[in-house]
Design a protein around this ligand. Structure first.
Ligand code: PA5
Length: 425
């Protein structure tokens, strides 16, 4: 719902006429996107994942650890956040731990808290060379060995066709899956990269892909009948009008990690050539009591993206004999959450602060698949409108290479002319 992003007496927003003009560019961008998908071009191929990903292959790979009590996913950025978004959103009996940071205190505490003989390891790196992931994997492996647990029986690897992690998987004959060609990390949630963890947790992989496939069907050449393009085009138009910050605020605790995934998608894909919108992670209602002050009364440089989800779960608020609290009795926490959201949305609209609402029916596999796919499509569309290369991340690669260089890990031949090599040396 982009109603609160449109220009009105209360809001600078973007005018309907401007969006109609922008729709011609959306139609051209859509043609480009379709062509990229048809030719399986790098990046655009990610939008073909609903048809390309094979749930049976993923389930077969995780079979040896399907009864694990806990799962450690070792990966970072696009090799972690998709899986984290899915498993954090959905209920499961499997405890999940994501090791991305290399903070030694935190890693030690996480490893000490897990029953390693009942724990599976999911190591993910497209390149197979990322220092954080490889270092954490070696640390995890050693922790298993020091407790006498055979890690080779409990590890699944997802990586590219070749590289150090692929060599390691081959050497130890580990179950392994391939990161699909043409799919950058942050667009890989709906491949083995994001779905191995979901499979170990017993989630419905088919439903995730079906939800994504249904969203794919909505990609038409006009922002006026495609929710994903409406979002991508509106955020772009608002950024052009000064909304350089996009605060993403889910109203469901289980979707908090979604905001983190979104922040990576938006920042790493669009932050190029001195363009792009800065994503900010927020959580409704928690951040109504912190960041909201700034969103409503601070600089007029923001868009707030709300995300709401229906739920069948509810909890009545008990009656009380304290007179001032009587208004709560008879309501439910669900009523309160809804009231909090509506009040916040209305308060921003009344203050002329543009906001957009994304709605999903409930938090389940099908809806999540659609949400992830829709936001990826929105991002690809926005990238076309900005005219940036959505699918590359030279700044991230620069830092990765420089880190390896500083540790004496060398820089590969393909990096030999890079600034990273010079600076690392
Ligand atoms: O989206 C991206 O390309 C990055 O965030 C990568 O996923 C991240 O740097 C991890 O890279 P790799 O999968 O090669 O370990």
């Amino acid at each position: 719902d982009i109603g609160n992003a449109l220009a009105s007496e209360a809001s600078p927003g973007v005018s309907r006429a401007s969006l109609e003009r922008l729709d011609d560019q959306v139609a051209q961008a859509h043609e480009r996107i379709e062509r990229g998908m048809e030719n399986a071009e790098h990046g655009y191929e990610a939008l073909n994942l609903p048809e390309r990903t094979d749930p049976d292959e993923i389930r077969t790979a995780v079979e040896p650890v399907a009864d694990a009590e806990a799962l450690i996913t070792v990966g970072i950025g696009g090799s972690s956040l998709g899986a984290a978004t899915i498993v954090d959103a959905l209920e499961s009996d499997t405890e999940t731990v994501f090791l991305d940071n290399v903070d030694p205190d935190w890693i030690s505490r996480r490893l000490e808290s897990l029953p390693l003989e009942e724990t599976a390891i999911n190591v993910v790196s497209r390149s197979g060379t990322t220092a954080e992931t490889l270092a954490n994997f070696l640390v995890v492996r050693e922790a298993f060995e020091s407790e006498g647990v055979d890690w080779t029986e409990r590890t699944i690897v997802t990586t590219g066709e070749s590289g150090p992690l692929r060599d390691l998987a081959d050497r130890h004959d580990l179950p392994s899956l391939k990161v699909p060609d043409g799919v950058p990390g942050r667009f890989s949630a709906l491949s083995a990269v994001g779905m191995v963890a979901a499979a170990v947790c017993g989630h419905d992989l088919e439903a995730l892909l079906e939800g994504a496939a249904a969203e794919r069907e909505t990609l038409t050449g006009s922002l006026f009948d495609c929710p994903a393009y409406a979002y991508g085009a509106t955020t772009y138009a608002l950024d052009q009008r000064g909304a350089g910050t996009n605060a993403v605020m889910p109203y469901a605790e289980s979707l908090e990690t979604f905001a983190e995934w979104f922040a990576q998608l938006w920042a790493e894909s669009l932050g190029k050539d001195e363009l792009g919108q800065t994503p900010v992670r927020a959580l409704g209602v928690t951040d109504q009591h912190s960041q909201l002050q700034l969103y409503r009364a601070g600089p007029r440089d923001k868009l707030v993206t709300f995300l709401t989800a229906g739920t069948d779960e509810n909890r009545p608020i008990p009656e009380t004999d304290v007179e001032d609290l009587a208004y709560l009795g008879g309501s439910t926490l669900g009523d309160l959450l809804e009231a909090e959201f509506e009040a916040t949305e209305a308060s921003l609209a009344a203050a002329g602060r543009p906001n957009v609402r994304l709605e999903i029916d409930r938090v389940d596999e099908y809806e999540l698949g659609g949400l992830l796919y829709g936001m990826e499509a929105a991002c690809v569309l926005a990238g076309e409108l900005y005219g940036v290369n959505t699918f590359e991340q030279p700044a991230v690669e620069w830092a990765k290479k420089a880190t390896r260089g500083l540790l004496g890990g060398g820089v590969s031949e393909s990096d030999s002319d890079s600034e990273a090599r010079r600076d690392a040396e």
